[in-house]
Design a protein around this ligand. Structure first.
Ligand code: EPU
Length: 421
């Protein structure tokens, strides 16, 4: 199993260009199933484990997938699908495989997808997805651990989510594009990756308005055809480098990122004392002092993203003063706290709140990643800590970041990947 060895204390400096957002690419790969004609082309696709898993899901359904890993270009042809089932071994590896449900149901009138179950960060139910499919006229049943949805022809309707759900919004949007009539999604998630997916679907022939806001209107069409698309830059990858720079008192410019996708995060960075500058397609931060403590509430977009919570927490461990983080999206997303404590962080948890009393220094130790973002938070802590930090179970990190260690090394970090016997 691979692990990272980090010698902390070096400021991150330089420029880096982020890949297309993982959370755009995964639903877009799934959307390619809607194209009855042609080959979908996605560009700047990161070579990460989750993308490879989604490619396997599509192949099991009968799609042809070609991924040029050197050029980061993916081709998907879904003209001749042979199955409507996403099996347990793949869905249990990656929950986002559930995103094939909407397109399969829309195109074939039936989809059978293994239930994803919980994961390290929480129970993560799919009731809102299912409620949406039922509103569009599907019959949904549970059969031996699989969710099976059937509908001869989906019919547009109003779908009101109890709470905004990112992949739920995408799944319903992708099923409604081929429904008869108009669908309105109310209380939709507003993440920029959803607007990005809608842009791609519209290029395929769909009629979607309002994606990126809380009300999305979809007028069903008969048929969609494949298109080429370059998904937006990954705000979570960008946020990881930016917090790395702030924590190590460095200066980093991240390119291929739209600042408006990180607005709330950049405000917090400024509150922490960072100098932030932005252009149409870049964000730069510079930090010359110890960060100031700030309070954070994670919320659906445009609130502070839960996916950057471990990274800001790692940065706040060495801040001047006391910070409080209130995690409102996932009930179990504090597993990294125990690991940060091993590095000398002073954090106490009470329910869904973590109180972080800033310390002068962290000291290197061996820690373990439990999910993609927890892993990235631990890497940032390792970049700050004095001496050597070992981060184990980097396969979690590899699910969401292409060669994180090489990319950080480009910015001056002393980090390398090693393999345990
Ligand atoms: N929820 C329900 N019922 C549902 C769906 C969601 O109760 O049917 C709850 C969830 O349990 C959670 C909240 O609603 O408490 C929001 O979850 P959401 O559905 O928005 O999460 P998701 O769509 O499963 C996506 C990202 C996650 C990210 C979350 C939150 C993808 C592929 N995944 O998951 O990304 O943390 O939104 O922003 O887009 C990651 O990239 O590391 C990652 C975990």
């Amino acid at each position: 199993m691979d692990y990272f060895e980090i010698e902390g204390g070096v400021p991150l400096e330089g420029e880096i260009r982020v890949f297309s957002a993982k959370n755009s690419v995964l639903p877009m790969m799934s959307a390619s199933l809607l194209a009855e004609e042609g080959t979908t082309v996605l560009r700047n696709v990161p070579d990460i484990a989750d993308v490879r898993t989604m490619a396997e899901v599509l192949q099991r359904l009968g799609a042809e997938v070609k991924f040029d890993r050197r050029k980061n270009i993916m081709h998907i042809n879904a003209e001749n699908l042979t199955s409507y089932e996403a099996p347990y071994d793949l869905v249990s590896r990656m929950r986002a495989s559930f995103l094939v449900m909407g397109p399969l149901l829309a195109r074939f009138g039936i989809a059978r997808v293994s239930q994803p179950g919980g994961c390290a960060i929480g129970a993560r139910p799919i009731d809102q997805h299912i409620k949406g499919f039922i509103r569009l006229g599907a019959e949904v049943s549970e059969e031996s651990g699989y969710t099976v949805a059937r509908a001869k022809k989906l019919v547009g309707n109003t779908v009101v989510f109890d709470r905004p759900t990112h992949t739920g919004t995408e799944n319903i949007m992708m099923s409604a594009v081929l429904a008869r009539g108009r669908t309105v999604i109310v209380n939709a998630a507003q993440d920029p990756e959803i607007a990005d997916l809608a842009r791609m679907l519209n290029r395929m022939g769909a009629k979607i308005r309002g994606a990126g806001t809380s009300v999305i209107t979809i007028d069903g069409v008969e048929k969609l055809r494949a298109t080429s698309h370059t998904p937006i830059g990954d705000r979570l990858e960008a946020g990881t480098y930016l917090f790395g720079a702030i924590a190590t008192r460095g200066k980093v410019r991240v390119k291929n990122i739209k600042p408006e996708t990180l607005r709330t995060v950049l405000c917090k960075m400024m509150d922490m004392g960072a100098a932030v500058s932005t252009g149409r397609n870049f964000v730069q931060v510079e930090m010359t002092r110890r960060p100031r403590a700030v309070d954070i509430i994670t919320d659906p977009f445009p609130g502070f993203p839960t996916d950057l919570q471990p990274m800001i927490m790692a940065t706040l461990t060495i801040a001047e003063g006391t910070s409080v983080i209130w995690e409102r999206i996932f009930e179990n997303r504090f597993i990294h706290v125990m690991e940060l404590q091993r590095l000398g962080a002073n954090i106490t948890i009470s329910g869904d709140r973590a109180t972080i009393v800033g310390v002068e220094h962290l000291d290197g130790a061996t820690v373990m990643a439990s999910d993609i973002r927890a892993g990235a938070g631990l890497v940032i802590a390792g970049l700050v800590a004095r001496g050597k930090t070992v981060v184990k179970r980097v396969y979690h990190i590899d699910r969401g970041y292409q060669n994180l260690e090489e990319r950080l090394a480009q910015l001056g970090a002393r980090i390398r990947r090693l393999t345990e016997d």
